[in-house]
Design a protein around this ligand. Structure first.
Ligand code: UFG
Length: 340
């Protein structure tokens, strides 16, 4: 038996999950992966094993199957959990809200009940900047601090808010016991430099950068830019794109922070934004992508997309100060790693 700490990673074969697994191994942790492979494949586990240079324990289990999940807790000694597994498509969530509420919330409930039963007290929860909704409607909230009032505008975001609230309530019920980190991601992009793991959603992607990648590979004819009449430097909307490898490192930083609290016998439930702290327009990202790709990809300007807002840029001071984390990579790095 190694003296390493074991982290249960739900959604461990997903985009952010798989990058985080690599960082965890690089930082001396052992991981157990649980995933239903709804949006990924078991090939990812093999690629991860190649990257980390050792076998990784993997369970193909849906978190809504509590018996299946309990087997994972029964068979392993788990020190902490990072919970990524979730349905996550904003548009889809508006069409099938019942599915989103059922799956995302039941998964969290099952996981937390088992953590309580098996005395696992440390959890990093994958939340999203979508919990803020349209922060531009509130004066002085760009860049967005963690204290910005929440106002999700889609069922996916609502499920994240509900789970965040659940974590706070649980923490209040036993203030010394639980150690919870809530990480609110802005727009993750890029991929591991090895090219072995990355974002590969089945079907037509919704997000800007994977969409451009499919245009570049010829799967899609052209990029449609949703609106160039926003009040920004070039008329297109601003987002905070954070490199997925930086994001992954943020999870290790949060885990360390919680472990320190545990050593000090203190409980905590706290939110941290993980973004780059810098806003980029759609055209700026487009230009960075074309530069990395080596030629221009076709695009057209179309009308604004329903539900889009002008600017979502993170204030990241809290994570920088408290988690001792700082993003190192930018949009150009992300486009380059993706093209590779
Ligand atoms: N965009 C286009 N064309 C496309 C896709 C996107 O012009 O084909 C534009 C969008 O209008 C937006 C920007 O590119 O201005 C980014 O769009 P994404 O769809 O990539 O990302 P969103 O900002 O809409 O949402 C993402 C995640 C959410 C998360 C949010 C947090 O999908 O889950 O970031 O900031 F909540």
């Amino acid at each position: 038996m190694s003296g390493r700490k074991t982290v249960l990673v739900t959604g461990g074969t997903g985009y952010i999950g798989s990058h985080t697994v690599v960082e965890l191994y690089e930082n001396g942790y052992d991981c157990i992966l649980v995933d239903n492979l709804h949006n990924s494949s078991s090939q990812l586990v093999a690629n991860l094993e190649t990257l980390v240079g050792e076998p990784i324990k993997f369970y193909q289990t849906d978190l809504c199957d509590k018996k299946g999940l309990e087997q994972v807790f029964r068979e392993n000694r788990i020190d902490s959990v990072i919970h990524f597994a979730s349905l996550k498509a904003v548009g889809e969530s508006a069409k099938v809200p019942l599915r989103y509420y059922r799956k995302n919330i039941l998964a969290a409930l099952n996981l937390l009940e088992l953590m309580e039963q098996y005395e696992v007290k440390i959890l990093v929860f994958a939340s999203s900047a979508t919990v803020y909704g349209d922060a531009t409607k509130q004066p002085g909230m760009i860049p967005i601090p963690e204290t910005c009032p929440l106002g999700p505008t889609n069922p996916y975001g609502s499920t994240k808010v509900i789970i965040e609230k659940l974590l706070h309530d649980l923490h209040i019920s036993d203030e010394k016991l639980w150690k919870f980190a809530i990480l609110r991601y802005f727009n993750p992009i890029g991929a591991h430099p090895s090219g072995l793991i990355g974002e590969d959603p089945s079907g037509v992607p919704n997000n800007l950068v994977p969409y451009m990648a499919q245009v570049a590979s010829g799967k899609i004819e052209k990029l449609r830019i949703f609106g160039n009449d926003y009040d920004t430097r070039d008329g297109t909307a601003i987002r905070d794109y954070v490199h997925v490898v930086d994001l992954a490192k943020g999870h290790v930083a949060a885990l360390r922070y919680l472990e320190k609290k545990d050593d000090e016998n203190e409980g905590i439930c706290r939110e941290w934004n993980l973004g780059s702290g810098t806003g980029s327009t759609v055209l700026e990202v487009y230009n960075a992508f074309c530069k990395a790709y080596g030629k221009e990809i076709p695009y057209e300007i179309v009308g604004r997309r329903d539900g889009d807002v002008i600017n979502l840029t993170a204030k990241i001071d809290r994570a920088v100060k408290e988690l001792n984390w700082k993003p190192q990579l930018d949009v150009a790095d992300a486009c380059e790693s993706l093209c590779r």
